[in-house]
Write a protein that binds this ligand. Sequence first.
Ligand code: AMP
Ligand code: MG
Length: 403
Amino acid sequence: MLSVADAFELVGQQVRPLAETRVSLGEALGLTLAESVTSNQDSPPFDKSMLDGYAIDVGDGSTQRRIIERVIAGGIPEKSVEPGTTILVMTGAPIPRGANAVVKHEETQLLDETTVQFPDQPGKVGAGIFRQGSSFQKGQVVLQAGKRVRSIELALLAEVGSASVAVVPRPRVAVLATGNEIVECDQPPAAGQIRNSNGPMLVAAVTEVGGTAQYLGIARDDPEALRSAIARGLESDVLLITGGVSAGVMDLVPGVLQELGVVQVFHKIRMKPGKPLWFGVRDSAGRRTLVFGLPGNPVSTLVTFQLFVKPVIEALAGAGFQSPATELGKLLAPAKHRGDRPTYHPCHIVRDRQGQALVEPLAWGGSSDLAALARANGLVLLGPGEYELSHGAEVEVMALYCG
Ligand code: AMP
Ligand code: MG
């Protein structure tokens, strides 16, 4: 059976970033820039005042100056500052010709309507002035292709007038739950039925990592129902199916996928939970759909989502294909393990003063114990074998839902 690392590599070989598209600035949040953005003007575009004060020539030898003009932000000075004169400028106003500093309003004293007393040392040349082009200059690249757009990048794009921008779009991810026993959470489960937790979880998880989720509902374990639902899902960039991929008589998903032209890359990996994971690809009319058959048990679904699907969605969105970060931590309590597969065990991570992870494995009833996972903020990786780790032993952990 395939190792997690080998499976991860096989998935990575199938992932290419989506083709770029242009979106308006307001839609760019969270997306990756597909072009480098160059400014078509200096920033600031003119020498501007950084405060409300008096524009002066610091070397004119005066301590009293006559106010010859007042300029607000958005205004343009008409006069030049001459020796013995000053122009009152507001924050953001252009610096008048002849001035080389702005003295803070609070540091001066108005002697009469047009005469201002300045301190003996009115400041240095350049004080209070944000020089044209000192932030960036016309023709300069202000954002590199590959940068993810957060609010700060949006502001910069707005400053340089990029009302629309080329980005890698959000991957479209279809989510299909399967199983005769599964009902939606607003329906009363009859005997033998359980509520669909995977559907809402995956729709939310897709949204959390920047995809656009399309929920396809629950398909019964019936080839015809699966065929029509899966065919719809194949119109997306990624199709996530939960359940129906193990070895039971009703596990019909792999067969239907292959019937619909999805080429299997692997089925089953050496891990717990998550062993039944199925992965395949379909190329049709120039579009590629990556298909995951996720195990039906909710903890398996979430763990395989974190390990495989999240990196895929991020890579399609232009971020590069990166395995989930792990780190070394120290056990806060002894841990016993028995099993032939590497295990991702729910744990609670706290940090010591140096930021090192201190790890408490949580009581866990296995792959359908969703409540244990809800108490966790990480997974501790326990290698195969039968052994006991003592308090303080070093373990590899993966943080979940942290920032
Ligand atoms: P399967 O992989 O279809 O054999 O399902 C494995 C286990 O996961 C079974 O106990 C299912 O009832 C459960 N399961 C499957 N789909 C879901 C779902 N959407 N929500 C919650 N549990 C599910
Ligand atoms: Mg099933």
